[in-house]
Design a binder for this molecule. Structure first.
Ligand SMILES: [Zn+2]
Length: 278
């Protein structure tokens, strides 16, 4: 996708790459995938054994390159999460594939990097993982995979009328009306983060920071400004920093007509992360 190339370019131009460590991940181990996905599904995925309907539901035509790319993205978020476990910030230039279920692909998401990373952290001995999903679309796959697991708090704040129609319950869901703007959005987020950090006391956070919340987005139905979106990111990063925990980010969606707007919003996320952490 062109936005990822442009984002990498912009991060270099602004010198953000030099300030953050830049890593190219390998593919993720199958064992890590199996913590969040059924082995039979992974076999279907790897073997190109999708039915026509499964392929349609995924949003992609199957190819070996597609699966390879997805596994690299999974490893990226997994590595970011391990940095986060050390109190640092890690940002995946892609990822945030929150529509992938335990045993099927959906909405351009084949494997769920947030769920995989959360269970990888649990395997490393952590006990309280927070997933903050602020993409405009509900984190349906993550909610289904994690279910009622008390070790993982899933928080999704999304457009009430957006895809997906079926929204399995997160630990906390905030469904927003169409055209919600900066003021109401940020007040609700601030309130929710305060409650979560006080009651759940996460040891580490995973942040799906989709920028399809922007007013310019073709698919989102909310009305955040670029500045409001940046304030959103700052709020999440500051909450983590103040609580003394690290955070791993996965970029998520962004479908503004002008690709430069998308790149600007994602670049803001990287810049704010750097500024809060340095
Ligand atoms: Zn989205």
């Amino acid at each position: 996708m062109v936005k990822y190339e442009l984002l990498a370019e912009q991060l270099k131009i602004e010198g953000i790459v030099e300030d953050l460590e830049w890593v190219r991940p390998d593919v993720i181990h199958t064992e890590a995938i199996h913590r969040a996905h059924s082995p039979s599904y992974v076999e279907t995925l790897e073997g190109g054994l999708w039915t026509k309907q499964e392929e349609r539901q995924s949003g992609f035509p199957w190819s070996a390159e597609l699966i390879h790319r997805e596994k690299v993205i999974m490893e990226g978020t997994r590595m970011c999460a391990q940095w986060a476990a050390q109190g640092k910030v890690g940002l995946n230039i892609a990822g945030g594939t929150h529509h992938a279920y335990r045993d099927h692909a959906e909405g351009f998401c084949l494997l769920n990097d947030l769920a995989i990373a959360a269970y990888d952290l649990i395997d490393s001995g952590l006990e309280r993982i927070l997933i903050v999903d602020l993409d405009v679309h509900h984190g349906n796959g993550t909610a289904e995979i994690v279910g009622q697991d008390p070790r993982i708090f899933t928080f999704s704040m999304h457009g009430a009328k957006n895809y997906p129609m079926k929204k399995p319950p997160s630990t906390l869901d905030i469904a927003l009306p169409d055209q919600t703007g900066d003021g109401d959005y940020l007040a609700l987020l601030d309130d929710a983060l305060n409650t979560i950090f006080t009651s759940f006391r996460p040891q580490v956070a995973l942040f799906q920071c989709g920028v399809d919340v922007l007013v310019s987005d073709k698919l989102g139905r909310l009305s955040l400004s670029l500045q409001g979106c940046a304030q959103r990111d700052h709020m999440v990063f500051s909450a983590c920093k103040d609580a003394g925990i690290g955070v791993a980010c996965a970029m998520g969606g962004g479908y503004s007509k002008d690709v430069n707007t998308i790149v600007k919003a994602h670049t803001n996320t990287f810049r704010i992360a750097r500024d809060v952490w340095t």
